[in-house]
Design a binder for this molecule. Structure first.
Ligand code: FAD
Length: 387
């Protein structure tokens, strides 16, 4: 092993696993350890599919990481000592020389009263399978209220409505519906398509007010109205783990690690941060939104920063510009919203089977990009030149 180059990657999501794979594949003699609390990589972008009855794939970390010459350690990271350069996993204190912090995010269930107690969320395979088992056996007319105005909520609503047709699916999107001038907003054509799909699948929309609190079987909105439910699925935003702040790393208000243009922490350069847990601001695309679309390229770049340091070679700045957003609308329909480099929607969208094929292709290509051996096939279509 090269002295001084014990690399530890915390979190095997889209960003962390990509970084771990690229560093080990470079065969530079550094030691690479990936730590995750789970045994398997979870395709988080397919969790709504699993909650509607799909089986998760078997994507074990050990085979993936150890097949590339790294080490996989299953455990919960509970503390990082930045002075001693150690971290706590269970009883063990593990030394590191460079750390890649990629602990991702989880559904924010604490910002609104009652969500933690009265809602479910799409956060892990076990919870998604449990939700499917509950919904699958539920009597016709069982009402699921999905709360969230973003793509995850739209995807979940369509998946349930299409695959569990006895359910009564209601989607509470907040004050506005996919407004083009808000983050994650959509073009007029895209909004019309979504409305048509919701009509076809009998998904009811509640627009105009945000949920203020949840109670057993009911949601109270900020405008005083209320809505009853049998099951509430909360999909209204992500939070990041508190570990970065607790450890003393410089973080923003949301708790994301602030990074420089090589993805190193601005306060502790031996810590790199990637994915949802990092605040990354780039010249072209601006502030990166939480997504696997940004997380994977960050993982690639963090690996290059580390390899550049190991080899004492030049390190390039991270650069990223957006191209499109992919939304599944059940298994047969999809929406591809093309965007400019700053993630603002342009008029061009792909819909229907064409959108569904492209979304599926992107999901597969994402896995392949990390390094999993999956059959992707040829691109089903040619995206337009970047606006
Ligand atoms: C239903 C759904 C659909 C989505 N669809 C899309 C989409 O179409 N396109 C898109 O770009 N994004 C989508 N997203 C968002 C995307 O999944 C996330 O932005 C992405 O997963 C972030 O990647 P990451 O590598 O930063 O973190 P994560 O994927 O969250 O991975 C973090 C890892 O860290 C591990 N971990 C966390 N804390 C600890 C700890 N203390 N100790 C040990 N291990 C720990 C976790 O087990 C996990 O494996 C979707 C999300 C959901 C929920």
């Amino acid at each position: 092993m090269v002295d001084g180059h014990r690399i530890v990657v915390l979190g095997g999501g889209y960003a962390g696993l990509t970084a771990a794979a690229r560093i080990t594949e470079a065969n530079t003699g550094v030691s690479v350890t990936l730590i995750d609390r789970k045994a398997d990589f979870v395709e988080r972008i397919r969790l709504h599919e699993i909650a509607a009855g799909s089986d998760p794939r078997d994507l074990g970390y050990r085979v993936f990481v150890e097949g590339r010459g790294g080490v996989f350690l299953r455990g919960m990271v509970s503390a990082i000592d930045l002075d001693q350069q150690t971290l706590q996993v269970g009883e063990a204190a593990l030394p590191w020389d460079m750390l890649v912090y990629a602990l991702g995010s989880y559904t924010d269930i604490d910002s609104v009263v009652g969500v933690r107690e009265h809602a479910v969320s799409l956060d892990d395979i076990a919870a998604c399978k449990a939700l499917y088992n509950q919904l699958y056996k539920a009597p016709a007319g069982t009402k699921i209220l999905i709360v969230g105005g973003g793509l995850t909520a739209f995807e979940a609503a369509c998946e349930f409505a299409e695959r569990l047709p006895g359910l009564d699916v209601t989607l509470a999107v907040g004050t506005r519906f996919a407004a083009a001038d808000e983050p994650g907003g959509l073009s007029q054509h895209a909004v019309e398509h979504l409305e048509n799909v919701f009509n076809r699948l009998n998904v009811k929309l509640i627009v105009g007010s945000r949920v203020a609190s949840l109670h057993p079987g009911s949601a109270i909105f900020e405008d005083g109205s209320s809505e009853l439910f049998d099951v509430c699925l909360w999909a209204a935003g992500f939070s990041v783990p508190k570990l970065a702040r607790q450890s003393g790393l410089a973080v923003n208000d949301a708790g994301q690690i602030q990074t420089d243009d090589t993805l190193a922490s601005v306060s502790h350069p031996n810590v790199l941060a990637v994915g949802d847990a990092a605040e990354v601001i780039v010249d072209l695309g601006g502030r990166c939104r939480m997504s696997c679309a940004t997380g994977r390229p960050m993982g690639e770049r963090a690996a290059m920063t580390i390899l550049g340091r190991v080899k004492s070679s030049a390190i390039e700045a991270f650069s990223f510009g957006y191209s499109f957003r992919c939304v599944s609308l059940g298994r047969e329909d999809g929406l591809i919203q093309f965007v400019d480099a700053q993630d603002r929607p342009v008029e061009e969208v792909w819909t229907g089977a064409r959108g569904a094929r492209w979304k599926e292709y992107i999901c597969q290509r994402t896995l392949q990009g990390i390094g999993f051996d999956v059959d992707v096939g040829d691109p089903p279509d040619t995206p337009p030149a970047h606006p």
